[in-house]
Structure formats: structure tokens, C-alpha cells
Design a protein. Structure first.
Lengths: 191, 167
């Protein structure tokens, strides 16, 4: 069972509070459609797979703010070591969410390696994340997400999503502009 | 006194990092930078962020910089070459004023260079339009501060090559 992507993202958008969210790849397009706090969003493009590493740096720099990275499964596989790096630093304020739709959407839907067997939640837990959850349905996500976001991390979320279920009609911001705006906001607003 | 008779010491490098206000050292230890390991990890004013692969380094540093910190990335030339897409897509495209201390594996001042990790380093730096300086002894250490100044001025990554191997 898997979720419609936009339904899952809407739930995260509603429950994010003041968290800074770093979406990447297809998730970034969908996130822009549902986010009501674009000033707290940092869409990461430019180097595929690196959003989780950017999120780690931000989490370490801003320990009083919650940081959520909205990763893709293909992206995470390009930087899987970041799971170990993050776990090594144990940032309590970091939530690593991976949108697992098992395909490379941008190239037309070809499967990621080992798509049907890879267990990201298990990898994260074995690497040293404090908690790891997998959500297959919207009702469970809506019910359990508040507790997940309230707990100390690093936390890992696997969101099982149906491929090609994004609505990418939202506004697109360049990473360079979002990064500069966020940096300015963080410099002038206590965390 | 020949260059090879003089030393590049950990304490002098760390002193310079403090002088420019470095807060975090994003690091995958290598044969050129390992001489700093004990001193860096013992320094309570610096936070060490150990990474699994060099390409993570620029991205972690990006997050730290956006969050108001001042990181330095320490990697070997082999990993620098591996990090090309991060240097392009993050460092250059996003105009990140970051300094990379790059272990210059295979560098020899007075001998032919035979290690391809050294052979291709400077041509690659030039191709990627990254300014760089060579640091071999304590006398060269002020080049690290200069690299930070240049990175801020040009809003781009700048490399400092650590030409000290197996000491």
C-alpha cells in the first residue's frame, strides 16, 4: 500500500509548525504547492542527493530549530553514507523523511536499484538514528506524525508514495535565492 | 633551509582557523591531514563533523554557512575530484564562500609527480575556476586566512592545498 504524494505532503505541511523544510527533486515541486511557509523552505537543487547533508549542516548550526529534509529515494541512494554521517552527529532537531516511490520519476519512471527490497527505515535505524518510522497510509501518518515531530531525533521517516502523484503547479524558487533569504532570516530572528 | 626541512604543524594551522573564526571542521581524514587529528579533536572550540564521503563535505558546509556558522572542509585531492558535482552545483552555482583544505596526495616539490591524483589536481582546479594556494610549512599558514578573505570577496569556494605528506 502507498499514499498519494500530495496527500502526504499536505499533512506534513499542516504539522510542520516552525520547522525549516528542505525538499529536493520531485518532492520540491510538490512541496511548493502545499507549503504555506515558503520563508522557511529551502528547496535544494544542484547536486543530486545532497539535501540530507545540507540539512545536517543546518541542524548543527541551528540546534533550536527543527529541520526536516524531504528526500527522494533515488536521491538518498546517491548519498546513502549521509545516513551514517547524520547518525554520527546525533542532531536531535533533524527529521530525515524519504519519499519512497521506487522509481526515478524525472527520467520517466525507471526503477531505482533494488526497489522492491530496500528498507530505508531499517538502514536508518541500524545506522544509529534514534527512531525510524514507515508510513503506508495517510490516516496513520496524520495520526502519528505529531508525536514523531515532537520527539528528539535524529528521526527517519519513510513515506511510501505512489509514483507520479505530485502536483507541481506551485511556485518555483531558485535555491540560491531561497538560501540567501533563509540565511538573512536566521541571522535576524532568534531560533 | 630546504622546504622539506621545515614543518607544517597542527597547532599553527588550528591557530589560523581560530583567527578567521572557524566554528566547524567538516572532515574526512586523509594521509595529508591526519597530522592534525589529535589536536583538532582535542580543541573544544571547534566542532568536528566527520563525513563518510568527500562530496558530503561541501553540502554540510553549505548548511552550516546558511545557519550562520563558519565551516572549513578538509578532504584529500582524490575526494576533491570525487566531489565535482557538489563543487559545481552547490559551491559555484550557489556562490558559496567556502574554503577547502585539500590534501595534495602525490605532491613532491623536487621530484617528478607520478600520482595521477596530483597530476590532475591543479588542472581540475583551473578548469573549475577555483583559486588555490599551496601550504607546505608554518610560514605558509597565513594563506589560509587569505583564502577565507578571497572566498568571501568572490563568493565562491577557494582551495588551500596541503603539500605535506606522510610526515
Amino acid at each position: 500500500m502507498s499514499m498519494e504524494a500530495m496527500a502526504a505532503l499536505r499533512i506534513l505541511a499542516m504539522q510542520r509548525g516552525e520547522a525549516i523544510v528542505l525538499p529536493t527533486m520531485s518532492g520540491a515541486r510538490g512541496w511548493a504547492t502545499v507549503s504555506t511557509r515558503p520563508e522557511l523552505d529551502l528547496p535544494v537543487s544542484g547536486a543530486m542527493g545532497k539535501a540530507s547533508s545540507v540539512a545536517l549542516g543546518l541542524a548543527l548550526a541551528q540546534p533550536n530549530r527543527q529541520i526536516i529534509v524531504l528526500d527522494g529515494d533515488g536521491s538518498l541512494l546517491m548519498n546513502l553514507g549521509s545516513v551514517v554521517t547524520i547518525a554520527g552527529m546525533q542532531p536531535k532537531n533533524l527529521v530525515h523523511a524519504v519519499c519512497q516511490n521506487e522509481v526515478y520519476e524525472i527520467t520517466g519512471g525507471q526503477p531505482i536499484p533494488n526497489a522492491e527490497r530496500v528498507d530505508f527505515a531499517g538502514i536508518a535505524l541500524a545506522a544509529g538514528f534514534v527512531r525510524s518510522h514507515t508510513f503506508h497510509d495517510v490516516a496513520a501518518l496524520e495520526r502519528e506524525l505529531p508525536a514523531v515531530l515532537a520527539a528528539d531525533g535524529p528521526s527517519f521517516l519513510t513515506l511510501k508514495l505512489r509514483p507520479f502523484s505530485w502536483d507541481d503547479s506551485g511556485p518555483r524558487r531558485r535555491t540560491i535565492d531561497a538560501a540567501r533569504d533563509l540565511q538573512l532570516m536566521l541571522a535576524t530572528t532568534p531560533g | 633551509m630546504a622546504v622539506s626541512d621545515r614543518a607544517l604543524t597542527a597547532l599553527r594551522v588550528i591557530e589560523e582557523l581560530h583567527r578567521v573564526g572557524v566554528t566547524h571542521v567538516v572532515w574526512l581524514v586523509d594521509t595529508e591531514s591526519r597530522f592534525m587529528h589529535d589536536a583538532l579533536t582535542a580543541d573544544s572550540d571547534l566542532t568536528i563533523v566527520p563525513i563518510c564521503r568527500e562530496a558530503e563535505g561541501l553540502a554540510v558546509a553549505m548548511g552550516l554557512w546558511i545557519g550562520g556558522k563558519k565551516p572549513v572542509v578538509i578532504i584529500q585531492n582524490t575526494g576533491f575530484l570525487e566531489s565535482g558535482d557538489s563543487i559545481r552545483g552547490l559551491g559555484l552555482d550557489l556562490q558559496l564562500p567556502l574554503v577547502l583544505l585539500v590534501g595534495y596526495r602525490g605532491f613532491h616539490r623536487n621530484q617528478p609527480i607520478t600520482d595521477s591524483a596530483a597530476t590532475y589536481l591543479e588542472p581540475t582546479l583551473k578548469a573549475w575556476t577555483l583559486p588555490y594556494q599551496l601550504v607546505e610549512t608554518d610560514e605558509d599558514v597565513p594563506k589560509i586566512s587569505q583564502a577565507f578573505e578571497l572566498a568571501a570577496e568572490r563568493r565562491q569556494p577557494v582551495a588551500v592545498l596541503i603539500g605535506r605528506e606522510y610526515h
